[in-house]
Design a binder for this molecule. Structure first.
Ligand code: FES
Ligand code: FES
Length: 164
C-alpha cells in the first residue's frame, strides 16, 4: 500500500495489520519514534497523523491510506531545528531522552490546534506520554517556550521589528 510520510510517498509491502511504528523504523529507517511498551501505554511511539497525535505502535497500516503521517524527522533537522525541537534543547528537557520524540510530537500537535496552551492544557494533553526520568517540569517549560518561538516565527515576515 501507499503511505505518505513527511511529505513523501512510499510504497510499502507489508501486511495491512502491521503497526505503523514497525514500518517507520524498519522499512523507512525513521528511528525517532521509539518502541516503549508496544501496547499503547507509554507514548514513546507518538507521531502525528492528519494533525492528531497517534500512537504508532497500535495503529495498523490499513488505517493510514490517504493520510499524512509526520514524524519528528519531518519537523526539522539538527542544523535547522523546528521551534519545538529548539525549545526542548534550550530547556534541556531530555534526561535519558527515550520519551522525548513522543513528547515533542504530542506537544507539536497540541500547539498546532492551540498555539497558546495553559499549564493545565499542556499537562492534560501530554498525560498519555510517560517520562520515567521525571523531567516533567522542563518539558512543561519547553512547550511554553516552543509556543513563544512559533509565535515569533509567525511575526517575522511582516513584523520583524516587534519580535523580542
Ligand atoms: S510504544 Fe507505543 S505507546 Fe508505548
Ligand atoms: S527523559 Fe528519560 S524517559 Fe523521559
Amino acid at each position: 500500500m501507499k503511505l505518505k510520510v513527511n511529505g513523501h510517498d512510499h510504497q510499502i509491502d507489508a501486511d495491512p495489520d502491521t503497526p505503523l511504528l514497525y514500518v517507520l523504523r524498519e522499512d523507512l529507517k525513521l528511528n525517532a519514534a521509539k518502541f516503549g511498551c508496544g501496547l499503547g501505554q507509554c507514548g514513546a511511539c507518538t507521531v502525528i497523523v492528519d494533525g492528531r497525535a497517534v500512537l504508532s505502535c497500535v495503529t495498523p497500516l490499513i488505517l493510514l491510506e490517504g493520510k499524512q503521517v509526520t514524524t519528528l524527522e519531518g519537523l526539522g533537522t539538527l542544523d535547522a531545528p523546528a521551534p519545538i525541537q529548539r525549545a526542548f534543547m534550550e530547556e534541556q528537557a531530555a534526561q535519558c531522552g527515550y520519551c522525548i520524540a513522543g513528547m515533542m510530537m504530542r506537544a507539536q500537535a497540541l500547539l498546532q490546534k492551540n498555539p497558546k496552551p495553559t499549564d493545565e492544557q499542556i499537562r492534560s494533553e501530554l498525560q498519555p506520554n510517560l517520562c520515567r526520568c521525571g523531567t516533567h517540569m522542563r518539558i512543561l517549560r519547553a512547550v511554553h517556550r516552543a509556543a513563544r518561538l512559533m509565535d515569533s516565527a509567525e511575526l517575522l515576515p511582516s513584523d520583524q521589528g516587534s519580535v523580542q
